[in-house]
Design a protein around this ligand. Structure first.
Ligand code: CO8
Length: 375
């Protein structure tokens, strides 16, 4: 490997302790829906309110592949009089929730990279939402870990992790940073509408982190050269969250359904699958790598049927669990972290020279991918 090559030298995954199974979630949602329908019976009959349909654990597992998810805070989510997590506000002298999640994953990634925090000179926190606009969560993390240099936050919904890895790759290639820590503290549960049957099951909380540096400074056990990166975006309203800093002044309800995650799931499925398959095959073709030469596909984890369809389009057959690992049965959709959870849990068995592909796809629409090769 060329000494100037840019590599992934360490990865970290931090998983919250609390799990919520489909059965638990559906049981609480159905109790909530039955109470809502009873309390609003007159309005529902008059047509001014809509009856809440019941959810089903069987539907969720079949339609999405999700069986369980992790929650940073479980309290409140299953309480039918609350239907959202209860997250205590912390004093500013304490580490913020999202910075804590980020630091937890970052410490694991640094240890895997065999690198002290003092060797890092840039921190990117990249995820679907940040807890506040400023100061950046990345700067708080930088301070907590004692890192010199600079940090910034970026948001690209489901592609936040891959897009940030690409920016880190460019910074190290250009020499503007020596070692970059990319962190994805995906605290999705505050934006999930647990009162909506169609989306209450989709998301989970998690945090992932990755160290990017030059090959000549890397000394960890699992080093991956980044051979190529590719990003694309194409505007779509099919996945939206309209909560923002202007929600206070536009005289709308800042907590209305449109201010939470909402989507046209079937449309997303139909439009994104062919886009992602085309994106990946044209990327590999452009660098002369045959589909059959890719040993592992660390794909975005939104829906098992989506992953199987994309892999089948690429391979011309069903992928084996070993080729395209699935983690969403335990983790659900974790916004941008999904493909990196798959990477964290399924990369150490690869041999020198093996090629893999990390790819995310989702809101925006956005697709981001990296082709990597084990050293
Ligand atoms: N229980 C029982 N029935 C249900 C349920 C439920 N929970 N939900 C829906 N149904 C019903 C529907 O109402 C429908 O009934 P009917 O036929 O009578 O109208 C029937 O089941 C079938 O519904 P769908 O056609 O919607 O079902 P699908 O087979 O399409 O499955 C999915 C729904 C699982 C949502 C599927 O469409 C999907 O996964 N699509 C892909 C979506 C996707 O990948 N989205 C990306 C979102 S993530 C992202 O981009 C990042 C955003 C930032 C993070 C946000 C964090 C909060």
């Amino acid at each position: 490997m060329n000494n100037n090559a840019v590599v992934i030298s360490g990865a970290g995954l931090w998983t919250p302790e609390n799990t919520i199974t489909n059965e638990e979630l559906v049981d609480s949602y159905n109790q909530y829906a039955e109470k809502y329908n009873l309390d609003n019976a007159e309005a529902i009959t008059a047509g001014s309110k809509t009856e809440k349909p019941l959810s089903s654990a069987g539907f969720i597992a079949k339609a999405s592949g999700i069986k369980s998810r992790f929650a940073y805070r479980k309290e409140g989510i299953l309480d039918i009089n609350r239907m959202r997590p209860k997250l205590e506000e912390r004093p500013i002298a304490e580490l913020s929730h999202q910075a804590e999640m980020a630091v937890n994953a970052a410490k694991i990634a640094l240890s895997e990279a065999n690198k002290p925090a003092s060797d890092i000179d840039a921190v990117i926190v990249s995820c679907a939402y940040t807890q506040r606009s400023y100061p950046a969560i990345a700067i708080e993390v930088q301070n907590e870990l004692g890192i010199q240099g600079f940090g910034f936050d970026m948001l690209v919904a489901c592609s936040a992790a891959t897009f940030a890895l690409q920016r880190a790759y460019e910074m190290v290639s250009a020499g503007t940073a020596k070692s970059v820590l990319v962190i994805n503290p995906e605290l999705t549960s505050p934006q999930v509408n647990y009162c909506d049957r169609d989306s209450h099951f989709i998301f989970g909380d998690v945090s992932t982190a990755t160290v990017i540096e030059r090959a000549d400074t890397a000394n960890s056990n699992h080093v991956y050269e980044i051979l190529n990166t590719k990003a694309v975006t194409s505007y779509s309203n099919n996945i939206r969250s309209d909560f923002g800093y202007t929600s206070r002044v536009d005289d709308s309800d800042p907590f209305a359904d449109d201010k939470l995650f909402h989507q046209k799931g079937r449309k997303v499925f139909k439009e994104v699958c062919p886009m992602a398959a085309e994106h990946i095959s044209s990327q590999l073709e452009s660098i002369g790598i045959a589909i059959g030469d890719v040993k592992r596909w660390w794909l975005h984890q939104a829906n098992i049927n989506m992953n199987q369809l994309i892999a089948k389009r690429l391979l011309g057959r069903d992928p084996s669990p070993d080729e395209a690992p699935i983690v969403l049965d335990r983790y659900a959709n974790t916004a941008s972290a999904g493909s990196l959870i798959a990477f964290n849990l399924h990369h150490k068995d690869l041999s020198s020279g093996d090629i893999g592909l990390i790819c995310s796809f989702g809101a925006g629409y956005s697709i981001g991918s990296l082709v990597i090769k084990k050293h």
